[in-house]
Design a protein around this ligand. Sequence first.
Ligand SMILES: Nc1ncnc2c1ncn2[C@@H]1O[C@H](COP(=O)(O)OP(=O)(O)OP(=O)(O)O)[C@@H](O)[C@H]1O
Length: 284
Amino acid sequence: MIKINIQKKFVTRSTKSIKLNYQCEIPIEQTSSLFGESGAGKTTLLKMLSGLLTPDVGNITVNGQIWFDSEKKINLPIVARSLGFLFQDSSLLANMNVRQNLEFAFRKGNEDKQFLNELITFAEIEDLLDKRIEGLSGGQKQRIALVRTLVQKPKFLFLDEPFSSLDQRIRNQLYSMILSLQNRFAMTILLISHEITEVIKLSKRVFLISEGQIVSSGHPIEIFNPKGKPNSLEGEVIRVDPSTNQVALWFPNALAIMESKNKNQNFKLGEMIHTQLSIENEEV
Ligand SMILES: Nc1ncnc2c1ncn2[C@@H]1O[C@H](COP(=O)(O)OP(=O)(O)OP(=O)(O)O)[C@@H](O)[C@H]1O
């Protein structure tokens, strides 16, 4: 269990000071998501957990090990926290090919080539190994960046909107990869995402953040659809685009844009409709 009780204050010239205050317990060896509006404080929490940003006061304990404690003056360095990161734009080294990029991530004295080969097979990137970075698609780059992160065998994987610039087909491939990764290596994954379907597909628990605080947490279905049935969400139609067959649905805490499989279905604004959600597809 990751136990968090931390506070941070940002003082800026242009706005009044911003206070962030987080108390929560995040389960380990599963995927949890941080969800909330832009500026709610998701990235700041992830930064403080990773050691990139120091809280003003409080403590972070991970399975009984103190990562941060302002009173005891403990602040575990980033390298000692066994973390891997994946952001929206992976910064791969353009002057190297894919294999060189991956081997670059080896820690000195810990070059586990067998593990790397296992990851390469797992991510299905064998055909890309000799290719240069420039010619790769966004989805291929993200798969490589993910493998590069995993080479270091992190126990915790922090994903900050890693799929937001990718199209749905590539996203689905990466979702499957994350899910099997979670199963295979029992990692603790923390995902920041604005996409309700992504959060539901990938995480077992969601922490809803608003104005620098965790305002609720629970299973995604519980959070987004408190009265709903499992695998079913009820949302209000707030926009319909017949040209693309897309509908925008508003759930208790979030917005989702979905594609209707039924071209002849006439949605009415304000109508409440059910969506079925599963790993492979989402259907309206
Ligand atoms: N270094 C900083 N100095 C001053 N204010 C900051 C700093 N970092 C973050 N903030 C402020 O803290 C609040 C939370 O920011 P944060 O980046 O954590 O939000 P977020 O939920 O990740 O947003 P987004 O979804 O847009 O990335 C925002 O109001 C932001 O402007």
